[in-house]
Design a protein around this ligand. Structure first.
Ligand SMILES: Cc1cc2nc3c(=O)[nH]c(=O)nc-3n(C[C@H](O)[C@H](O)[C@H](O)COP(=O)(O)O)c2cc1C
Length: 596
């Protein structure tokens, strides 16, 4: 099936030679900020540093928008979710019609299994000398180098019984060496540990491209032991066709554009990073295993798929949207009273989840919270807000916020601790951090504050502490308005909080942010910043006022890790591309999405 036939209308072709260092990534980054982004095909990538021109074009923003995602999946993700729901609820068919439907369904199920071909695949037609022949991008100024950002990393367990594909970024160290950034919680890392124990080299093959659905499958958070390409067969209603790698035993899609094969020595590591990540912050340098490349092949006319991650919104917004919709029935299996959920992209997905439930008994929301925090990649969720059926739609954010704040009280907040995503920079210890849950399924609370305007409130607070430089109140039409305070931080934020606690007549919930990095009138980016920057166990204070410290932390706060930098575009590159007509974002949009 040629998905690209359906996608043609959404592709913008760019003929101008553009640099694989920043230029291509910055154009794609700017495109993703638009209300209806397109897929971009860069026909003539070059490396201005080495004067190299590449024969292979670069495709970016493949999951450009919701319409494109529907085309790639062949259906709206909700339709696929329904199909999954049906598969999970198979009951004995009663009528003849039911029996026929069931028969057709079971026939379709045969299509989920990968088929292996013994012939050479289309992806093995051309041999490529080394990684330097590929237009691999450097997406951010302070990145440790060039990275493959849309690689499907195929691995197998040492006993060859379990297969996995995951999308992990891959740093280019030289023509034949590639970093393997599979984080500690991910399936390939589990396989790696098995090879290490057995002291055996680990075969790995990376496929880039082919049917776009493979790339999404590589990101799908299926439980370990379930090969993600079964999902491909299920969604496409077509068996994935796989071919054996030429130098190891890993099978990969035969229609991939590019294939990189090799072995990882489990006893060797190299420093990986920095890398401007999808949290909108740089992830720090860390040791990771690496692949010694044994073979690179491609189709006759390959295309190199790449993505850029950074501050939201980006392509992963649309990939994540599909994941969110499709996984609803799977999450419901464990929590049947979960009606719906939303992971907003400015909550960087796992930093914020909004759940609508139909509670049946006291503590039901707490039960579901614990269930989420205990299952698979959902356990990375840091902040969970629960509402009931009467609440507005989960995407009507303004109304929803008021609904939640009208039901917020200290007793309805749960602070816990658990596993956090490897990329989380706010937890005081790596990989483990605070969790915050809000149960807003109850009745409206009896709380009223004395509302005064922002300037008058700022005056009162600035008198208490000079580091307070700005203030804005949100949701003043609710029982618990949120007061956001901008600090020029010169001491632990708790000191400032302690000084203003006596103002509980005027303040209910206060959120502190750094004055330099935030615009108090930009709620989209404020939410991004706040849920990124807090470890609820340490940074949330439930006292006369509820205090939230979303500032950068230092040793003075008892934070011993290095606080990462924000991901920003290179100003010269952005304005040069704007001058050349390759970026058409307005100054207002550049500011709104904090590009610089
Ligand atoms: C664009 C993009 C880049 C990603 N990069 C990484 C990465 O470098 N390392 C990682 O562990 N996960 C990364 N992920 C998330 C994984 O792909 C995701 O958690 C997936 O479910 C992992 O598969 P696994 O459970 O089979 O290991 C990335 C996701 C996307 C969308």
């Amino acid at each position: 099936m040629d998905v690209f036939e359906d996608l043609k209308a959404y592709i913008k072709v760019i003929e101008e030679p553009l640099d694989v260092n920043l230029e291509i990534a910055h154009i794609a980054y700017a495109e993703a900020k638009k209300s209806n982004p397109r897929i971009l095909l860069f026909k003539n990538p070059i490396d201005k540093k080495t004067n190299k021109t590449y024969k292979v074009p670069v495709l970016m923003n493949l999951f450009a928008n919701e319409e494109v995602v529907e085309k790639i999946f062949g259906n709206h993700p909700d339709v696929i979710a329904k199909k999954i729901e049906k598969a999970l609820k198979i009951t004995p068919a009663q009528s003849v019609k039911d029996k026929l439907e069931m028969f057709k369904f079971l026939l379709d199920m045969r299509k989920i299994f990968p088929k292996r071909t013994t012939k050479k695949g289309a992806c093995q037609q051309v041999e490529i000398n080394g990684l330097n022949e590929l237009p691999i991008l450097k997406t951010w100024q302070k990145d440790g180098g060039k990275f493959i950002t849309m690689g499907q990393v195929y691995t197998i367990s040492p006993d060859n019984k379990e297969h996995n594909v995951g999308m992990y970024r891959l740093q280019v160290y030289n023509n034949k060496t590639l970093g393997m950034h599979w984080q500690i919680h991910k399936d390939a890392s589990g396989f790696f540990n098995m090879y290490k124990k057995a002291n055996k080299k680990m075969p790995v093959t990376i496929a880039v491209g082919g049917d776009p659905l493979y790339s999404w499958c590589a990101t799908a958070p299926l439980p370990s032991g379930v090969f993600e390409l079964l999902f491909y067969g299920f969604i496409r209603n077509q068996n994935p066709r796989l071919v054996k790698s030429l130098t190891n035993d890993i099978f990969i899609p035969e229609d991939a554009d590019i294939v990189i094969e090799g072995f990882v020595d489990p006893n060797k590591e190299m420093i990986e990073g920095k890398f401007g990540d999808h949290t909108g912050y740089y992830t720090q340098k860390e040791p990771y295993p690496f692949l010694e490349v044994t073979k690179i092949t491609s189709k006759k006319e390959p295309v190199f798929y790449a993505t850029v991650v950074g501050k939201p919104p980006l392509e992963d917004k649309y990939m994540g949207w599909a994941t969110e919709r499709i996984f609803l029935p799977l999450i419901k299996m464990q929590s049947p009273n979960l009606l719906d959920y939303k992971m907003p992209e400015n909550g960087v997905f796992h930093n914020l989840i909004l759940c609508k439930i139909d509670p049946q008994y006291p503590g039901h929301s707490l039960q579901i919270m614990h269930s989420l925090w205990g299952s698979g990649q959902m356990s990375f969720v840091k902040h969970a807000v629960f509402v009931d059926k009467k609440a507005p739609s989960l995407t009507e954010y303004k109304d929803l916020a008021v609904y939640v704040l009208n039901r917020l009280s200290k007793e309805r907040i749960l602070i816990s601790k658990g596993v956090v995503d490897a990329l989380d920079h706010s937890s005081y210890e790596p990989l483990v951090g605070g969790k915050l849950g809000v149960d807003a399924t109850g009745s409206v609370v009896d709380r009223k504050i004395r509302l005064i305007d922002d300037d008058s409130l700022l005056e009162k607070i600035a008198q208490a502490d000079e580091s307070v430089k700005g203030l804005k109140q949100y949701c003043t039409n609710s029982s618990n308005p949120i007061t956001v305070i901008a600090l020029k931080k010169d001491k632990p934020t708790k000191t400032v909080f302690d000084k203003i606690k006596n103002l509980y007549e005027f303040i209910s919930v206060v959120v502190f942010v750094d004055f330099e990095d935030n615009n108090l009138n930009n709620p989209y980016m404020l939410i991004w910043r706040v849920v990124n920057n807090i470890d609820a166990e340490k940074d949330v204070w439930i006292e006369e006022i509820i205090g939230i410290d979303a500032t950068k932390k230092t040793k003075d706060d008892g934070f011993m890790r290095e606080w990462p930098e924000d991901v920003v575009c290179d100003k010269d590159v952005i304005y040069d591309l704007k001058k050349r007509g390759l970026i058409d974002l307005s100054e207002k949009e550049i500011k709104k999405f904090q590009l610089l």
